[in-house]
Write a protein that binds this ligand. Structure first.
Ligand SMILES: Cc1ncc(C[n+]2csc(CCOP(=O)(O)OP(=O)(O)O)c2C)c(N)n1
Length: 550
């Protein structure tokens, strides 16, 4: 087999049955390998989408996903997806090529040559490696999958030179490497946390992406403590936000000032320490802070934000140990449940003032099944959804971009989510600006029958920028107004069904029928430019929400 065959067969040995990829001469051997192995291939119209689709696949399943692109410009086209996957902890594996081995490092200017692709990638993804010896292909690819899944998950790339990838060699494929051993948990740290939590009066739990696989154990811990469980983006849905202990950010902020012990689970704790405080000021050891317990698989996190008790290990195992040890020490706290409910009610009354976003998000929540997927964007609807205006009801169903805030990730990522979740409803909720970053992928949706429903909220502007500029620069607007295509005719020309609506009620029936059809669909929602209430007072909350005037 060729090196390319071996790369694909090794990916298959690691559980891969679908690849997102865009071909080119240097990686023809990879595509021949995809064909020979019978792997499903989805070909988008830009490499960024190959990366985002893999990210959506990985984020919504918790399993690794693979994309294949040409080196140099192909890899760089996918680089925004790769840095986003790094930020949101997606185990994405990029298989790519390289110049012929005799040209490596010569600077001769061979096709797709970068001065140092490995160094470039290694500066912002988890690891980039090259297969130097074709006979070691299986071991290198297995190690790449292990790296992507071990510790804090993240993107990895594996490259191979054009000549070695194309040449036949006597390569053996070893079984995939599925056993990822988490670090052993130091029981002293568990005991220290138990002592603090046993006496905690108003503990609160913050989840991040690192808690998504641990829903049962987080529930057990939360119930033992009668602790509200909250999250900003990546950790939402671990505890459903319509359960007694599940709350989104606004309700959590209302309770925060009285919290005596905060427990971070697989979370960077961006919300309390960067959003609810001065985001320009960095404190590794925050002042004015409840006692802080952090559970994280990445020991480096404990230096970036220093807790009182650091538990390094798998969050499911750590929560189980804590819940078991605390069960005898704690009683259900009815009064606390009342406080959580009151905070939820207050949050709802404030969120209802964020119009029309709240009304549209209500409709989407009503129509989308509990286990349906919602992929937001950097947009008025997306930002408003952070507040709890869109309650998240199941793990992994709210697929976000994490701290990179990458405009344009939403539609292509949602395509990948739908490929991974063919039997589930998937909705991409985007602004007109963000949608146009990858609008041509309507072709991919049509060609591969990806039944994603995309809602384009069209306010004819980079609305967030428009409002910021109007508010901060005496009404002067620079570079925020857009001239858009006719989205219905655009979608139609790609063979994608499209409708335009202008009210939440009209969206309700349009969304119901689009989801029922389970075919690629675009719904344009016409929004008067500048008419959206700003969701930001309910995102950067220096004060308790009950003191905020909207
Ligand atoms: C890659 C990238 N480029 C630029 C931005 C800055 N940015 C954030 S929101 C936004 C405007 C989004 O406009 P649109 O998608 O139309 O949504 P709206 O705010 O109008 O609802 C821009 C330009 C960003 N976050 N990411």
């Amino acid at each position: 087999m060729t090196g390319g065959d071996a790369m694909i067969r090794s990916a298959v040995a690691n559980g891969i049955d679908t690849v997102f990829g865009l071909p080119g001469a240097q990686i023809y051997a990879l595509f021949e390998g995809i064909r020979a192995a019978g792997v499903k291939l989805i070909v988008p119209r830009h490499e960024q989408t190959a990366g985002y689709m893999a990210m959506g696949y990985a984020k919504s399943t918790g399993k690794p996903a693979v994309f294949c692109v040409v080196p140099g410009p192909g890899v760089l086209n996918a680089s925004a997806a790769l840095c986003t996957a790094m930020g949101n902890c997606s185990p994405v594996v990029c298989l790519t090529g390289q110049v012929p081995s005799e040209y490596l490092g010569k600077g001769r200017g061979h096709l797709h040559e970068l001065p140092d692709q490995l160094a470039t990638l290694n500066s912002f993804i988890k690891q980039a490696v090259r297969i130097e010896d074709p006979l070691a292909t299986s071991q290198v690819v297995n190690a790449a999958f292990r790296t992507a899944r071990t510790g804090r998950p993240g993107p990895v790339s594996v490259e191979m030179c054009w000549d070695t990838m194309s040449a036949p060699a006597a390569i053996t494929i070893e079984p995939g490497d599925f056993a990822v051993a988490p670090p052993e948990i130091d029981l002293d740290s568990i005991e220290a946390a138990v002592r603090i939590l046993a006496a905690a009066r108003r503990p609160m739990i913050f989840c991040g992406a690192g808690a998504q696989h641990a829903a049962e154990e987080v529930h057990a811990l939360a119930q033992t403590l009668t602790a509200p469980v909250t999250a900003f983006r990546s950790g939402r849905g671990v505890v459903a936000e319509d359960e007694a202990l599940g709350i989104a950010s606004v309700a959590a902020r209302e309770l925060w000032d009285d919290v005596d012990v905060a427990v971070g689970i697989g979370s960077r704790l961006e919300m309390p320490f960067m959003r609810w405080r001065n985001g320009m000021h960095y404190e590794a050891r925050p002042s004015r802070c409840p006692t802080l317990i952090r559970i994280d698989i990445d020991p480096a996190e404990m230096a970036r934000l220093i807790p009182d008790v650091a538990i390094v290990g798998d969050s499911a195992a750590a929560c189980r140990l804590l819940a078991d040890r605390l069960a005898a020490n704690r009683r259900p706290d009815e009064a606390r449940l009342g406080e959580i409910d009151a905070a939820r009610g207050l949050a709802r009354s404030l969120i209802e003032k964020i119009q029309p976003e709240a009304a549209y998000l209500d409709v989407i929540r009503r129509v989308l099944p509990r286990d349906g997927f919602f992929v937001p964007e950097l947009s008025q609807m997306g930002f408003a959804s952070y507040t709890g205006a869109f309650p998240v009801l199941a793990p992994r169903t709210y697929v976000t971009e994490g701290y990179q805030g990458t405009l344009g990730f939403g539609f292509p990522t949602a395509l990948g989510v739908k490929v991974a979740q063919p039997g589930k409803s998937v909705v991409s909720v985007t602004g007109d600006g963000g949608f146009m970053f990858a609008a041509q992928e309507l072709a991919t949706a049509a060609q591969f029958s990806i039944g994603l429903v995309t809602l384009v909220f069209n306010n004819g502007s980079f609305g967030n920028v428009l409002r910021d500029q109007q508010q901060q620069f005496d009404g002067r607007v620079v570079g925020a107004e857009l001239v858009n295509p006719d989205f219905l005719r655009l979608a139609d020309s790609f063979g994608v069904a499209a409708r335009r609506v202008g009210s939440p009620a009209a969206l309700e029936s349009a969304l119901e029928s689009a989801l029922a059809a389970d075919e690629p669909a675009l719904i344009e929602v016409a929004i008067e430019p500048g008419s959206e209430a700003s969701p930001w007072p309910l995102i950067h909350m220096a004060q308790r929400p009950s003191q905020i005037r909207l």
